[in-house]
Design a protein around this ligand. Structure first.
Ligand SMILES: NC(=O)c1ccc[n+]([C@@H]2O[C@H](COP(=O)([O-])OP(=O)(O)OC[C@H]3O[C@@H](n4cnc5c(N)ncnc54)[C@H](OP(=O)(O)O)[C@@H]3O)[C@@H](O)[C@H]2O)c1
Length: 258
């Protein structure tokens, strides 16, 4: 993809990786539309990136996706790139009974059902474009689960599996299917909920943005910057070893239940 005169929709573009990608794509001469739930963050993003279009929409809500489709395809009929980036990540103690049945699946609705529904809704439109792309943002944790975030890890492994099948089904179409699997990256998602990783160095979000764009413009269908590539290799060479390493961070939480 050239990513110079494209029309690009990014879910969750008001913070972190989505915001970084939005800024870079705008600078390259694209039309960029971002979504998010929080109107204050949407307004701040419009102010920070003049020329950007920001629409309130919750990717975990199927009706909101249908309404977003109507609005975006009416106002931006040239839309040809969809970046499924919106995501949430929580530390969840599965032995702590206080997480309710509705709450426990929140990541599934946002990180997995969200992108699947977005693709279902936008694919016919994308298929009509001369050149189109879908970018699903997974994670290094799609290769090895992180026991502190069991639901999140399941969503990212699930989204990776779905993305591979989607790519296979679209192999004879004009729609390219990318997977961007970031490693730990300095954003509110990485820092907010996780005392356990406070001493861990994460990738600078600008570097992640640079590597993501490099991969997309070189048509690398699976983009695994930094540690994500290490996690993929380790998941093949020594899967139990790397899983135990990540699991150690959950030991203090588990030991509370002895
Ligand atoms: N940072 C990392 O270390 C890392 C590593 C691997 C993968 N990733 C993935 O990268 C993506 C972006 O993460 P980030 O680190 O940039 O997080 P972030 O800074 O927390 O940004 C998340 C964005 O998604 C939006 N969002 C959250 N829930 C949404 C929903 N239901 N509907 C629409 N928008 C929603 C947020 O805005 P509102 O809250 O206003 O909706 C915000 O704009 C996620 O898919 C994440 O899993 C991140």
């Amino acid at each position: 993809m050239k990513l110079t005169h494209d029309t690009i929709l990014i879910t969750g573009g008001t913070s972190g990786i989505g915001l970084e990608l939005a800024g870079r794509l705008l600078t390259r001469g694209n039309t960029v539309i971002v979504t998010g739930r929080d109107p204050v963050k949407l307004a701040a993003t419009r102010e920070k990136l003049p020329g950007l279009h920001a629409i309130q929409s919750d990717v975990s809500d199927p009706e909101a996706i249908a309404a977003l489709y109507q609005k975006v395809t009416a106002e931006f009929p040239a839309l040809n790139v969809l970046i499924n980036n919106a995501g949430i990540m929580r530390k969840i103690d599965l032995q702590d009974g206080s997480t309710g049945l509705r709450d426990i699946t929140r990541e599934l609705e946002t990180n997995l059902s969200g992108p699947v529904r977005m693709v279902q809704q936008f694919l016919p439109h994308l298929r009509r474009q001369k050149e189109a792309a879908i970018v699903n943002v997974t994670s290094g944790l799609a290769f090895v689960p992180f026991p502190l975030s069991p639901i999140y890890s399941a969503t990212k492994a699930g989204l990776r599996a779905y993305t591979r099948s989607l790519r296979f089904q679209l192999k004879n179409s004009t729609v390219k299917v990318f997977e961007l699997a970031p490693p730990g990256t300095e954003t509110p998602l990485f820092r907010n909920d996780f005392e356990e990783v406070k001493d861990m160095k994460a990738m600078d979000v600008r570097e992640l943005g640079r590597l993501a764009l490099l991969g997309l413009t070189k048509d690398r269908l699976e983009i695994r910057p930094g540690l994500s590539n290490v996690l993929k290799i380790m998941s093949r060479l020594a899967p139990e070893l790397i899983f135990k390493q990540l699991g150690k961070l959950a030991d203090p939480m588990i030991s509370q239940h002895r």
